[in-house]
Design a protein around this ligand. Sequence first.
Ligand SMILES: [Zn+2]
Length: 75
Amino acid sequence: MIGSAGPDTQRCSRAGCTTDATWNVNWRNPRIHGPERVKVWLACDEHVQFLREYLAGRDFPVVVTPLGESVEVVG
Ligand SMILES: [Zn+2]
């Protein structure tokens, strides 16, 4: 779902969106990931809320940070 693009081509992770990302959506699936595991989606301004709510709706812990700002632990 996430392309491993270079730092200058970081696109939103929303399917079909080609906008440059401005947010990191940090999350994990507690059923398969340990607490130290952090998955990252990239999101543009338009889709950051969609992606966060998508994950939160599945009861996944989510932390949104500015693009490139990573977190050690989610939830
Ligand atoms: Zn987008």
